[in-house]
Design a binder for this molecule. Structure first.
Ligand code: ADP
Length: 187
């Protein structure tokens, strides 16, 4: 495989952002974060931003159609040719199927998926103490995000079983980075 087409899964608070930063740097591939793209839309006050703001605030999912369109436009850009790292997408079975169809249509190599696994009690503690000031990081917002993750996104672990590496997300940043590197070094 010459392309590095990666997907990182993990609930809110699992530490995806930190590890994605290192993958971007190590492999020279862009991060595709639907959460970031949606927050940019909200910040810009665009029509899309106005439409999704309340949904995000409540910790609900934006419609598959909207996020699939964002990812489709982003994946078609030339900086994604050597590979990319999807972060926060797909989050539903419909998004996963649409992604497969899109990669197929673009003639891309298969994905490898990393599951950053952190127990729920630790997730809640981390988000509520990280104090980044994200407006959806309220107790209700986070609880709803974790609930939606369990219901809609966790089933994707089965969908990606054949290409998935489970990485223990408890430990220091460097320890976890080492585990991810090790998982990706496996053929
Ligand atoms: P976290 O992983 O911390 O919950 P994200 O930045 O990935 O946060 O997403 C923030 C919010 O953006 C989600 O709660 C949801 O409202 C919306 N969102 C992001 N990605 C998707 C997606 N793939 N499908 C639907 N909604 C999404």
């Amino acid at each position: 495989m010459s392309e590095r087409n990666l997907l990182i899964m993990g609930a809110a608070g699992a530490g995806k952002g930190t590890q994605v930063e290192f993958l971007v740097e190590k492999y020279g591939i862009p991060q595709i974060s639907t959460g970031d793209m949606l927050r940019e839309a909200v910040a810009s006050g665009s029509e899309l931003g106005q439409r999704v703001q309340g949904i995000m605030q409540r910790g609900e999912l934006v419609s598959d159609e909207v996020v699939i369109q964002l990812v489709e436009a982003r994946l078609g850009r030339p900086d994604c040719l050597p590979g990319f790292i999807l972060d926060g997408f797909p989050r539903t079975a419909g998004q996963a199927r649409a992604l497969d169809a899109l990669l197929d249509r673009l003639g891309r190599e298969p994905l490898r998926a990393i599951w950053l696994h952190v127990p729920d009690s630790e997730l809640l503690r981390r988000i509520l103490s990280r104090g980044q000031g994200r407006s959806d990081d309220t107790e209700e917002g986070v609880a709803r995000r974790l609930e939606v993750y369990r219901k809609e996104t966790a089933p994707l672990l089965d969908y990606y079983a054949g290409v998935l590496a489970e990485v223990d997300g408890i430990g220091s940043i460097d320890e976890i980075r080492g585990r991810i590197e090790q998982a990706l070094a496996q053929p």
